[in-house]
Design a protein around this ligand. Structure first.
Ligand code: HOZ
Length: 430
């Protein structure tokens, strides 16, 4: 495969952009090789600068639920842009967007728009602290809630991919208030609550984790967190940046039938435009400025282009709930096909899947937390990644990321992916 244009773009990028990329995971640093520079994408396919075509399993890390360049979304953006790209003043569309989110996601009395998932999580944490008057919070090892200082402790995604133990620049003063324990370990949470009685403002969690590969909550785990939070007056925050409007119209809350107190969303609600939001119970949300004193603001918040893109995508999802079934059927088809070729290959493997999130860990043991994900043969994943890429399949360039399916994928694409996996597995060696 000729990737000479990507190679020369990367060389050029490295002269002006740190590491040649604007977000670390996409640098391919852990899997090795040259990151591919994309030119365009349509439906289920990505096209790089050299004109190579790939079946996409990243979906811009979640939002392209119906595929890239979805016609009604593109048309809505085009039309809206003629009316200006930003006002810094309120618009009716923001109310419509808030009402739409409330009508789809359970337990959202009020919602505040921001510009990214990072902002959503950082603002939700500030709000939880302001509301409870407490400083500490619990996050889970391998969960990633964006790059705000407080969350860069035992974080997943790029922090795990590059094995960064402590992030220079995050002060002890900040990280001392971040308590961590293993995903799916309710006893560890209880121990932290006992040790820090009355000090914990929030527990934040990805209800289905997507930043250490895909990892599912064990039965009873989220229910246990819900109960503990209610008992102790702790704000339960679901980070639904990946799961929101993907696992169901009402996200993980609907799919898993558990309500959080606050929920954070990201790129999905902008159909891939830079946007995020946090919302939840009125009793808590009313502490946000200008109703309350927990300050949070942004000129780009509620940006008209981001709003119309997200509004169009979410409306499509709301009006066609069959799209979630279709997506899930495709994911189960892929899972079963991968399972068969993995079994035949003799490689030890674990596939975790829920809805349209799925990932493969090369491990002989169940993968239910970060330590288990890290103990898998991730060097083998890196070889698998390249073997798949050479066959035109674009997986996340790290074992610590979930794969995301989009509904533009055809069954022929899935068959091609399964065949590529079969060939790749025999190529990568032990
Ligand atoms: N942190 C993102 C995945 N969990 C990757 C972002 C990107 O490189 O676009």
């Amino acid at each position: 495969m000729d990737i000479s244009k990507s190679q020369s773009l990367f060389d050029r990028a490295c002269r002006s952009i740190p590491g040649g990329v604007n977000s670390p995971v996409r640098a391919f640093k852990s899997v090795g090789g040259t990151p591919l520079f994309m030119k365009r994408a349509e439906g289920a396919y990505l096209y790089d600068a050299d004109g190579n075509k790939y079946i996409d399993y990243i979906a811009s890390w979640g939002p392209m639920i119906l595929g890239h360049a979805y016609p009604s979304v593109i048309e809505a953006i085009r039309e809206k842009a003629y009316g200006s790209t930003s006002f810094g003043a309120p618009t009716e569309l923001e109310i419509e967007m808030a009402e739409l989110i409330r009508s789809m996601a359970p337990g959202i009395d009020m919602v505040r728009m921001v510009s990214s998932g990072t902002e959503a999580c950082m603002s939700a944490l500030r709000l939880a602290r302001g509301y409870t008057g407490r400083n500490k919070f619990i996050k889970f090892e391998g969960c990633y809630h964006g790059h705000a200082d407080a969350f860069l402790v035992k974080a997943g995604s790029g922090v795990a991919t590059f094995d960064i133990q402590t992030v220079p620049g995050v002060t002890g003063g900040v990280s001392n208030d971040t308590l961590t324990c293993a995903y799916n370990d309710l006893n560890a949470v209880e121990a932290l609550l006992t040790a820090h009685k009355g000090e914990i403002a929030a527990i934040i969690i990805e209800p289905v984790a997507g930043n250490m590969g895909c990892i599912l909550p064990k039965p009873g785990f989220l229910e246990g967190l819900r109960k503990l939070c209610t008992q102790e007056g702790i704000v339960l925050i679901f980070d639904e940046v990946m799961t929101g409007f993907r696992l169901a119209a009402g996200g993980a809350q609907e799919r898993l039938k558990i309500n959080a107190d606050l929920v954070t969303y990201g790129k999905v609600i902008g159909a891939g435009m830079p946007v995020g939001a946090f919302g939840g119970r009125k009793e808590i949300m009313q502490h946000i400025a200008p109703l309350g004193n927990v300050y949070q603001a942004g000129t780009l918040s509620g940006n008209p282009i981001a709003m119309i893109a997200g509004y169009t995508l979410l409306t499509e999802l709301k009006n066609n709930p069959g799209r979630f079934d279709s997506l899930e059927k495709k994911t189960v088809y892929l899972r079963d096909g991968l399972q068969q070729v993995l079994r035949e290959s003799g490689h030890a493997y674990v596939i975790n899947q829920l809805g349209s999130m799925i990932s493969v860990h090369f491990s002989g043991k169940p993968v239910t937390n970060f330590a288990q994900a890290a103990a898998a043969d991730n060097k083998k994943f890196n070889r698998f990644f390249h073997a798949m890429l050479n066959r035109g399949i674009y997986l996340p360039p790290s074992a610590f990321e979930s794969w995301f399916l989009n509904d533009a994928l055809s069954y022929a694409d899935l068959d091609a992916t399964i065949l590529a996996a079969k060939e790749s597995l025999s190529e990568i060696g032990e």
